[in-house]
Design a protein around this ligand. Structure first.
Ligand code: HEC
Ligand code: HEC
Ligand code: HEC
Ligand code: HEC
Length: 156
């Protein structure tokens, strides 16, 4: 009957594999969250969990309804397309309740350098300065109005 002599060890080896696979399936059944694979290779409930998190950014349109003066200054200047919360940070709580939640003061030495510090990896066309030489230690907003930063050639 046996295809060849002493084939018993092959069946024992196969049995070890089958037991291993069963063990794997049982452990996997315990570890994989229920909603995994509902939509794709992630937990289906992750979508609801994320949607339930509080919104931190108000969006610039919301800021502009109350701070129209800032928009006026900004809209024709070089920062027209840099939106409020890119600099001021997420402020949905302030927008909901402006009198009790005050935005933190910004440190221009850190903020402006984040985008404008000279770096060979940035496109040459993007305005950049070596801030230590350029500002001689003064805060950037001593000379530049943050909402409309160009100094020469008028107030843009
Ligand atoms: C519902 C109206 C309203 C909305 C919306 C609103 N603000 Fe304000 N904001 C105020 C008021 C009122 C003050 C407080 C003025 C004061 O106390 O002198 C203020 C103060 C500030 C200040 C501090 C001003 C200072 O003199 O130090 C900043 C910065 C600011 N808002 C940015 C924002 C940004 C950015 C947004 C959008 C995310 C925003 N605000 C949305 C009404 C609003
Ligand atoms: C390029 C960065 C930048 C952007 C974009 C920006 N701000 Fe500011 N803003 C500043 C800095 C810097 C100050 C001065 C320091 C401070 O008050 O924290 C300031 C000050 C303010 C103040 C205090 C009063 C004043 O007019 O100086 C308000 C209000 C304000 N910003 C609202 C806004 C709103 C609303 C927008 C979007 C329409 C906006 N900012 C976009 C950087 C920015
Ligand atoms: C989130 C990124 C960002 C931050 C933060 C930022 N800027 Fe800008 N800035 C820009 C962009 C984008 C432009 C437009 C570049 C263009 O026109 O190619 C610009 C343009 C400028 C210009 C005009 C340069 C020129 O000659 O065309 C000046 C000056 C300037 N920024 C100064 C500042 C100062 C001062 C601060 C801090 C208060 C600041 N920026 C913060 C992104 C930023
Ligand atoms: C003592 C005044 C002064 C201070 C402080 C200052 N700047 Fe300037 N900055 C100028 C002048 C003047 C120009 C040239 C005129 C212009 O483009 O507005 C300029 C130009 C720029 C430009 C445009 C460069 C280009 O190649 O087009 C950027 C970006 C800039 N500054 C960013 C900053 C940043 C960031 C800080 C803070 C680290 C800062 N500035 C501090 C006076 C100043």
């Amino acid at each position: 009957m046996h295809a060849f002599k002493d084939s018993g060890h092959l069946f024992r080896l196969a049995a070890v594999f089958v037991a291993g696979i069963l063990l794997f399936l049982v452990i996997r059944g315990f570890l994989v969250p229920k909603s995994f694979g509902q939509y794709g290779h992630y937990r289906g409930v992750a979508m609801a969990e994320m949607a339930a998190r509080p919104v931190n950014f108000a969006g610039h349109e919301t800021c502009e309804t109350c701070h129209a003066d800032v928009l006026d200054k900004k809209k024709d200047g070089k920062h027209a397309h840099v939106n409020c919360e890119a600099c001021h940070g997420p402020l949905a709580k302030h927008a909901d309740d402006p009198t009790s939640v005050q935005p933190p003061k910004l440190d221009t030495a850190v903020l402006c350098a984040r985008c404008h510090e000279a770096n060979a990896a940035k496109p040459k066309s993007f305005p950049q300065v070596a801030s230590a030489d350029h500002s001689t230690g003064l805060p950037c907003d001593t000379c530049h109005q943050p909402h409309s930063p160009v100094i020469s050639g008028g107030t843009k």
